[in-house]
Design a protein around this ligand. Sequence first.
Ligand SMILES: C[S@@+](CC[C@H](N)C(=O)[O-])C[C@H]1O[C@@H](n2cnc3c(N)ncnc32)[C@H](O)[C@@H]1O
Length: 215
Amino acid sequence: MEYTVSLVKLHIDERISALRTDALERGIPVADDETLQFLLLTLQLAKPTRILEIGTAVGLSSIAMLQACPTAKLTTIELEEERFMEAKNRFAEFGVIDRVTSYLGDAGEILSMMDGTFDFVFLDGPKAQYEKYLFDLKRLMCDGAVLFADDVLLYGWVSGEEPTPQKRHSIVDKIRSYLQTVTNDPELLTSVLNVGDGVALSVYKKTHKQTENER
Ligand SMILES: C[S@@+](CC[C@H](N)C(=O)[O-])C[C@H]1O[C@@H](n2cnc3c(N)ncnc32)[C@H](O)[C@@H]1O
């Protein structure tokens, strides 16, 4: 199946599309078409070799990323055991299991214990925790790494385009705080894009030295 993002045409495996249909029918949240297309486009530019993903679900985005980067390795974290097990089966089915390290558990706990260096992070787990994860993500990212955070506009609530329902103010505040942090951090170059449900795309410039004006 062929899709178009701006002028770039990307190919998405038909089995991935079928996996998405199946996941959505079962109420499992997976990346929408527009986000997946943009994620794959970003990967074409960044050409990462070590990808970290928070929020595996059933492995759809993991497999798509590994297909887009045939020599890359992926580490991915999922909280729900059933999804984690299904993703493992999918990795075997799609022939990528040798390139995947998957963890079952809370991303915050796992990240705090993790070592390694990653040149691409797909942040797609619990939105309210994005800012908390930043400390460890920065520790795990190399200079020039790309941080791709999904769902940061959350139905237009975060931008204020749509009114936030009463019960969702807390998560909206937390995402706003994440966006404020990544846009103000001198070590992160960030753009917030109206793609899918909103993407915050950051590049980590680890060696940035503060100037007098920034102090
Ligand atoms: C939006 S889905 C991920 C979709 C997947 N990246 C894709 O596009 O195919 C978010 C996932 O994060 C998982 N999750 C929620 N809280 C988590 C936590 N604290 N640690 C790790 N994973 C978590 C959820 O169970 C869910 O499967």
